[in-house]
Design a protein around this ligand. Structure first.
Ligand code: SF4
Length: 248
């Protein structure tokens, strides 16, 4: 299994690979589970709605229909891209440096190697020597596009598959926030973006390779029954391994 986990975990596993290799024992609070289910439903809606809002609503639980209907689709990045470039699943192999597009169903990416990083880009836009990666966020935790390892990994995968000519890639986040009150309440995307180039992507890969080497040391220590190296920091906040972590 991938030692660094999926791209969405890279913000933590690049800094502390043990967070993916120690037992994942932290219990999710009811609040986190509810937020996760809402996020999954709204992502599915945003994936399907540009073709048919009715079909998109039919694909998600009814409890999210009213909220989904308030989203101004014309302001969402995915309305400008064909369906095959929404929810694009890709895998980055840190050993071979190759990236590949894969089919992903219910977060299952098929067979993966230790050095693979699987991930899904919500929206990819391919231009002339440019590309754009967009990530929808439905949670309230503030997220920035700068130095965002999940976005950098999606940009690198895109640059090595769908957009081989791209010299610059826009890494963007659309975070959905409630605006207005009562009947005028809407779920509106707040857009933030940064631009990266091929040097930034190489630097990201170099950083991930160093984390992979450390992950191998962590795995050896765990297999030998020894205390693995861990790195405590702000990224511990939602770490699923925190209850069993030697740093706490
Ligand atoms: S709690 Fe922090 S130090 Fe411990 S494994 Fe998780 S990220 Fe690493």
């Amino acid at each position: 299994l991938p030692l660094l986990g999926s791209a969405s975990k890279l913000h933590r596993t690049i800094r502390c690979p043990a967070s993916n290799l120690l037992p994942q024992v932290a219990e999710l609070s009811e609040k986190v589970i509810v937020a996760g289910n809402r996020g999954t439903a709204l992502h599915r809606y945003l994936q399907l709605a540009p073709e048919s809002e009715e079909e998109a609503l039919a694909a998600i639980p009814e409890q999210y229909h009213a909220e989904a209907r308030t989203i101004p689709l014309s302001a969402c990045a995915g309305t400008r891209t064909p369906p095959e470039l929404r929810e694009v699943a890709m895998v980055h192999n840190l050993e071979t440096e190759e990236c590949r597009q894969v089919i992903c169903k219910d977060r299952e990416y098929g067979e993966l190697a230790d050095e693979d990083i699987p991930g899904t880009a919500d929206v990819v836009i391919v231009g002339f020597r440019t590309a754009e990666i967009w990530d929808y966020k439905t949670g309230s935790y503030p997220v920035q596009p700068e130095d965002n390892y999940q976005l950098l990994d999606a940009a690198l995968k895109t640059a090595r598959t769908l957009a081989r000519q791209a010299t610059h890639i826009v890494c963007g986040i659309q975070q959905f926030k409630n605006r207005g009150r009562g009947e005028k309440k809407k779920l509106v995307p707040q857009t933030k973006a940064t631009v990266v180039d091929r040097f930034d992507l190489d630097a990201h890969e170099h950083r991930a390779k160093k984390a992979l080497a450390l992950a191998r040391e962590v795995k050896e220590a765990i297999d030998a029954g020894e205390t693995p190296p861990v790195r405590k920091g702000p990224w511990c906040l939602f770490c699923p391994a925190k209850p069993g972590c030697p740093a706490w």
